[in-house]
Design a protein around this ligand. Structure first.
Ligand code: FAD
Length: 565
């Protein structure tokens, strides 16, 4: 297939190459290899992920020194601290997004998932995120009829694969070369394998999740407006449950209550009496990162808003359909009502459950990185010195946190290796050309560990970018690992924590320092003003620094957008 025909699917720099690959898909697409243009002699830094760590790093790396490629399924960066605002319409979705392409026109971007890494050959296998495996399967099926075949454009024929190949393998996976790899793939939402949660809960990690939540909230109000819905069902459908009393769950509950009080009360005044918001948490208190006085203040605010915070509650199941005890008298299709079952309260009928109980390892970090048998141990350093060149590289594995499985990195963000079982040699090694940061990592020897926050990921990314820029050896035209080794490592500066409580209230707790002792504590309106100011300052583009206050003002004057789409 001529290269220009494939152009719409792949970046311009895709070149033909006839390398040997192992899986059928790789063999089929061996010619679809992505590499920087031959004239570009700069070292290739490939960043996996466009979140806080990946996006900020790409933004601060010097493009004159490195050829930068970002690989991520998201074409955008999400400003997560304001995601709960967008889920209820206080902000529009575009207010919290930064386009990876627009912000970095000289950074190459591939919309795909990193599938596998070969650390030895320095390649990443990328699965395009623009293709859904089912879609490509449908395409191959459609080709079976001669008429349909004529309609399929040439570049799509690239995906035609023999029936014998597994559905997943029909999506072409292609390798991307790197000189330096940065793993910043973040984490996934934790469900603790609670039955029905993965299928029925609403999560809040990405802008797509916020869109789904907003649509569901508005849908529930419209549904309850129907004459055939009984009051009993209304009180179930308008029962909103948040599971997880961390800052995300608490902020969402506050935002939802604002939406109900400030907008729904005007649009659906007859329905407001049915609305109930409950927050469940397994722990004895919510907002564990705040001191008791601030957490109590938050609880008091929430009880005034009729938000029921139920601590020490264990969620056992979330399923479609009404509670078993209830008589099915409404003509609402099953599935409109959900049932949440807790050990303490039994079954309760609800309209939606937003699940925010922490993080679990990204599958790429959990599984894919383990598939690699060969690490570049020749270039790795061992505690006592350099590894012998003939060392058995399969004797090493990535060092992980025993509970979370996240990768352990040193304070230079190099992934740490440890010897597997009783294999030889024993000790610890560090991968030289692979860095990892953000939520998918944990810094070695830090007690307590740094929290998984944007504040941490942002500082880590800025540090690594400045180090890669600083230790670029002009005469050699590449990064100098030796001088980087000698530089001091990353030092985290805690700037404190804050949480929005709905209305015009927030809580803020400054960092604890040895000299000043406990950090400053603020609550109420002043904390709210600082909360808004801080996030506005942290917003990454001038476009959004202007749009966000305009949107806040618009909502204050005219209310939130309540159109459902
Ligand atoms: P992420 O930002 O999650 O980015 C991961 C990136 O990797 C994404 O672009 C993803 O698409 C991509 N990716 C995933 N798998 C692959 C793969 N296989 N290949 C390639 N790319 C992949 N922190 C604060 O400090 N303050 C707050 O107020 C705050 N509020 C929050 C509110 C919400 C609703 C949420 C969800 C989080 C909040 N956080 C907050 C936490 C903060 O957002 C995270 O700690 C931060 O996003 C971590 O950054 P990261 O780059 O490691 O991961």
């Amino acid at each position: 297939v001529p290269a220009q025909k494939r152009g719409s699917q792949y970046p311009e720099t895709i070149r033909h190459s006839r390398r040997k690959f192992t899986t059928p898909t790789q063999r089929r697409y061996a010619d679809v290899i992505h590499s920087a243009s031959k004239s570009d002699q700069k070292e290739r830094v490939v960043i996996l992920g466009s979140g806080w760590a990946g996006y900020v790093l790409a933004k601060h790396l010097d493009r004159k020194k490195y050829h930068i490629t970002v690989i991520s399924p998201r074409t955008y960066f999400v400003f997560t601290p304001l995601l709960t605002d967008s889920a209820v319409g206080t902000l529009e979705f575009r207010n919290i997004l930064e386009s990876v392409r627009r912000a970095n026109t000289d950074v190459e971007y591939i919309q795909g998932w990193a599938d596998d890494v070969n650390f030895f050959e320095k390649t990443i296998n990328v699965e395009p995120a623009v293709l859904d495996p089912k879609q490509s399967y449908a395409l191959t099926q459609a080709r079976d009829t001669p008429e349909a075949s004529k309609l399929i454009p040439e570049e799509e024929k690239l995906f035609q694969l023999p029936e014998s190949i597994h559905l997943k393998d029909r999506v072409p996976v292609f390798p991307v070369k790197y000189d330096k790899l940065i793993v910043a793939v973040g984490s996934y939402s934790q469900t603790f394998n609670t039955p029905g949660v993965r299928e029925n809960a609403y999560f809040l990690k990405d802008v797509g999740d916020a869109r789904r939540i907003r649509k569901r909230v508005l849908e529930l109000f419209e549904l309850c407006h129907m004459p055939f819905v009984t009051d009993e069902t209304r009180s179930q459908l308008l029962h909103f449950v948040v599971v997880g009393g961390g800052p995300t769950g608490i902020e969402f509950a506050g935002n939802l209550s604002d939406l109900v009080r400030q907008d729904m009360s005007k649009i659906h005044p007859d329905l407001v009496k049915f609305v109930k918001v409950t927050v469940y948490d397994v722990a004895p208190k919510v907002l564990p990162m705040f001191d008791a006085a601030l957490a109590d203040y938050a609880m008091k605010q929430y009880s005034q808003k009729n938000i029921d915070i139920r601590t020490n509650h264990h969620v056992e199941e979330l399923r479609k359909g009404p509670p078993r005890t209830r008589l099915a008298q409404d003509k609402i299709p099953p599935g409109r009502v959900f049932t949440i079952r807790t050990k303490e309260d039994g079954e309760v009928g609800i309209g939606m459950c937003v699940w925010s109980t922490g993080l679990m390892n990204n599958p790429f970090v959990a599984k894919a990185l383990n598939h690699v048998h060969r690490f570049p141990t020749k270039s790795a350093t061992i505690d006592e010195g350099r590894l012998p060149a003939d060392s058995n590289s399969s004797a090493w594995q990535i060092k992980r946190h025993p509970k979370t499985g996240s990768m352990i990195v040193d304070n230079h963000f190099r992934i740490q290796l440890e010897s597997k079982g009783d294999s030889q040699p024993t000790g610890h090694a560090i991968m030289q050309d692979v860095f990892a940061l953000g939520d998918c990592t944990m810094l070695d020897n830090l007690h307590p560990p740094l929290p998984a926050t944007a504040q941490v990921a942002n500082q880590e990314a800025r540090f690594l970018a400045s180090m890669l820029n600083k230790h670029f050896d002009r005469s050699a035209g590449k990064f100098s690992a030796d001088s980087y080794d000698k530089d001091s490592g990353f030092d985290y500066h805690n700037r404190g924590v804050m949480t929005f409580l709905g209305g015009s209230k927030a809580i803020l707790q400054g960092p604890e320092t040895e000299r000043a002792g406990a950090g400053k504590r603020l609550k109420g309106f002043l904390a709210y003003l600082i909360w808004r100011g801080a996030y506005l300052t942290m917003t990454l583009s001038w476009r959004n620094k202007i749009l966000i206050p305009v949107q806040w003002l618009t909502v204050r004057l005219f209310g939130r957008s309540v159109s459902r789409f």
